[in-house]
Design a protein around this ligand. Sequence first.
Ligand SMILES: [Zn+2]
Ligand SMILES: [Zn+2]
Length: 457
Amino acid sequence: MRFTNLTRGAGIGSNCYRLDLPEGTVVLDCGMHPEHVGHDATPMLEELPEGGVRATILTHAHQDHVGCLPLLQSRQHGMPVLMTPGTARIADIMLHNSVNVMMRQQEELKLPDYPLFSHRAIEMAARMWRHCPLERPLSLDGDRAAGDGDATTVSFHDAGHILGSTGVMIRSGGKKFFYTGDVNFEDQTIQTGARFPEEPVDVLLMETTRGDAPVPEGFTRVQEEERFAKAVTEALREGASVTIPVFALGKTQEVMAMLWKMQRERLIPPTPIYVGGLSSKITAVYDTMAAQVSRNLPKLRLMNDVAPYVAGGAEIQSLNPRKCAVYALSSGMMTEHTLSNIFAHKVLPDPSQYLFFVGYADPNSPAGRILRATPGSDVQLTEQGAAIPFRCHSQSFTLSAHARREDLLSYAVKVRPKTILLVHGDDPAVEWFKRELEKALPGTKVLAPAPGVTIDL
Ligand SMILES: [Zn+2]
Ligand SMILES: [Zn+2]
């Protein structure tokens, strides 16, 4: 078994991993970096032999895990791609949206090779997607239950991160390799916590997103939700609006469900909620698949019960934030040209407005820059435009869709891997895990695999 990290530049970006097994080469995830463009945004796909990949396995449909899949598939004809039905439904929406974004970038940034793939290429690629059930060992082609003749088997396990998200167990040549994908062990408002296998494994490939994010002693999600409800109430009682930058996939639906529950429990006053077009499409999938997946509030239908206002790019320009409402707009990192970035130009300089953060932001993204800025200073929201004065109220809440570092650490200790591969984290996050895991598991090799370097396992 050999492993190569194909994430260009490491960190949280174009997640992609190569695993060479006796039965052939397998690729795990194939993302696009949300903050980069062109070649820099893609994984190191040039390291893969054209037509030489046996199968690709997708953990979930966030852009940093799925964004370059059609690009990989265009060089690997006939290669099956294994994923859950939920991931397939959402990946289709995410990828078509990505083509539209790339077409706009082609015009604005004059990128000659954009879009990197077409709507038609996604349709072709989707024919090779295998819809896989949870917790059932499958053949490497993903089209049947594993049998005695299979040297390699794959099984998916609920990762509790977003709809359809999974960790993946690969058994090959007498070894067990487990990839966490993005995971959350704790219940969110909709998503129930991960259900991962707890048997010992040989190799654990694990995300490290929150390695640099300690939570205060005695922290509970319930108390954090109460703090959030109080802050929202205060803003709405002042007649202000609340802007929450959210990922269109996952965080939007969690925030909508949380606000719905809080309104029903009279923890916050009734308020209109605005979301973007992409978010509403994904929310519709959450509603149609509600009965097929493990989740909380299985009867809640967000598009009907919350009935959000759906705003497109042009409408966002004309919306007035000085109106009592909640704007849950994507993207979560307030990437340039997205709804949350456009809206922030109105919110940030206005001392009567409230801006609440509820998830991870790359330190170099506009949201990351606001989080680091001191109120009163100027913040750069776009590359070219003028810096905007930061005068609105701003608060951060720990309502992450990623596991707490202590939870991931105890999972690793439970499965006692011989080797741990640390990925999907900024340098300080990876360093914290490396230090703590070496202490907790002295016999285990703990590695942070550099991009393009092959490791024998
Ligand atoms: Zn994710
Ligand atoms: Zn991710």
